[in-house]
Design a protein around this ligand. Structure first.
Ligand code: PLP
Length: 500
């Protein structure tokens, strides 16, 4: 059936498109306000006014005072800064930091680092919907605790924590509280005063603002030490000439929070509508996001019997962007730590997709995405073939009709030899090599662990290549399944194709 193709972006928890309002403000600033806010002449003072007005806007939108906002290059930097500041202030008087296993990598990796500096890190468990066990938290927090750190809302499954209650527990024995509010802002009301937190992190690009700017809220009196050293910008707390257009863009995005919140119920309705369509297409789906206490836009779903990389590539082929619940889109092959923490098996994690809507998502987008899912899940859509690593034996490897296309990154090729007789191309520029690929052969697309190959396979398919397969779990999986063949043949007769 002929269907008009649409572009439907459903990965808004990864990042959001910059809104027209934000773009306009940023262009204005780029055009007119070139002065360095730290200087004293007029052009500089004009820039300083933009900077301070932006600070006021951002502060107002989260219930803070302007003096409590430090602009940063990202929420990652804000989380790093707060964790380091709390640690430097209290250690070694207090040693413990209490957190959860479903935090963002910017928190988890920093905790790992602080552990190497002597901090004791305690992770409190979450239930199957990602809700923190408050009784366990009360038990873990004591006089030795310097900080409790949790998200307000989870980026993968959308679970909203009771941060006000968590902050009360943290404060009882005198610990500080950091809330990662990145995913919550503009989706649910966020007021740092009502939450009662000492620190909170935010990022502009999750709320239709620009990438490369965020802020740290540090309640008046909360310990704060510079994380980036240099000039005296941000009252000496964050060195480096301010990225004025980004900061102004962040403020412009904050100006749109109220209207985004007014549309939140509608976003929630569209999400439920999509979930119903998915369930109609495949009654066995398991929704990992909680029904209550969840971001209105976030839907995390297990599709039993599927492979998320293949499903994601099939949706991409139809113009739909979603993300895999496992970290397979980050070139790692580890299933997501969040899905693991809520008790999903490895297999379920590899069958999971995260769908995240925004205020831009329309009823037609949802209808289009629903039909695309339905076609893919029912087998109606023209999908690509899947070969398991065990199927790739000598017959396929040395068959004249097979053409092996290796789309791994250069570093991956350095670290591990590939399939024999393969032809190497650069993944991101795959289309540019297509004229060199024979149309009369069976193309087997191979990546390191499975996520990238289906995208190239679909691209080949859409360019008219008929016999296209991809190797499930990639070279890593093949090596595990066929160590004998790997030992004997890996890396033999490999050709690096030149860009046409
Ligand atoms: N915290 C959460 C919950 C996030 O989802 C993200 C981004 O994915 C971050 C922190 C980091 O934000 P940024 O991209 O600004 O570093």
């Amino acid at each position: 059936m002929f269907r008009l193709r649409r572009e439907v972006y459903l990965d808004n928890n990864a990042t959001t498109p910059v809104s027209a309002h934000v773009r306009k403000r940023m262009n204005q600033v780029l055009r007119r306000y070139y002065g360095n806010p730290s200087s004293l002449y007029r052009a500089a003072r004009d820039s300083a006014i933009i900077l301070e007005d932006s600070r006021e806007t951002v502060a107002r939108s989260i219930g803070a005072e302007p003096g409590e906002i430090v602009f940063t290059g990202s929420a990652t930097e804000a989380n790093n800064t707060a964790l380091a500041a709390a640690f430097e202030d209290a250690f070694p008087r207090r040693k413990k930091i209490v957190s959860t296993p479903i935090e963002h990598a910017s928190v988890l990796s920093t905790l790992e680092y602080l552990k190497s500096r002597g901090a004791e890190i305690v992770f409190c468990p979450v239930d199957r919907k990602g809700r923190l066990d408050l009784a366990a938290l009360e038990e873990a927090v004591d006089e030795n605790t310097l900080l409790v750190c949790t998200m307000l809302a989870n980026n993968e499954i959308g679970t909203v924590q009771d941060v006000a209650a968590i902050a009360r527990i943290a404060h009882q024995p005198g610990a500080l509280m950091l809330a990662d509010c990145v995913q919550a802002l503009a989706k649910i009301p966020v007021d740092v005063g009502e939450l009662g937190v000492d620190y909170a992190s935010f990022s502009a690009h999750k709320i239709h603002g620009p990438k490369g700017v965020g802020c740290l809220y540090a309640r008046t009196g909360s310990p704060l030490t510079p994380f980036i050293h240099g000039g005296h910008q941000e009252t000496g707390l964050r060195a480096g000439t301010e990225s004025l257009h980004n900061i102004a863009g962040f403020a412009a995005a904050c100006e749109q929070i109220d209207s985004a919140l007014e549309r939140a119920a509608e976003v929630g309705r569209l999400k439920r509508q999509l979930a119903e369509r998915l369930r109609a297409a495949e009654p066995e789906i398991v929704v990992s996001s909680p029904r209550e206490g969840c971001l209105p836009n976030t839907l995390n779903v297990v599709f039993p019997g599927t492979n998320n990389a293949l499903l994601m590539a099939g949706l991409d082929d139809q113009g739909i962007s979603v993300s895999a619940g496992s970290a397979c889109d980050t070139q790692e092959d580890a299933p997501s730590h969040v899905l693991e923490a809520i008790g999903l098996s490895d297999e379920q994690a590899r069958q999971t997709l995260r769908i995240s809507l925004s205020t831009d998502t329309s009823e037609r987008d949802v209808a289009y995405a629903g039909r695309a899912f339905c076609d893919l899940l029912s087998g109606k859509a023209d999908t690509i073939n899947v070969l398991t690593p065990a199927q790739v034996g000598e017959k396929i490897l040395f068959d004249d009709r097979t053409y092996i296309l290796d789309v791994r990154w250069a570093l991956e090729r350095k670290l591990m030899k590939g399939l024999p007789n393969s032809h190497e191309i650069v993944f991101l520029k795959a289309r540019k090599y297509f004229s060199q690929i024979p149309r009369d052969r069976n193309i087997l697309v191979v990546c390191q662990s499975g996520p990238n190959a289906p995208f190239v396979a679909y691209q080949l398919r859409s360019r008219g290549f008929r016999n296209v397969s991809f190797l499930l779990t990639g070279v890593t999986g093949w090596r595990l399944a066929r160590p004998d063949l790997f030992e004997k043949y890996a890396g033999q007769n490999v050709t690096a194709l030149e860009l046409a």
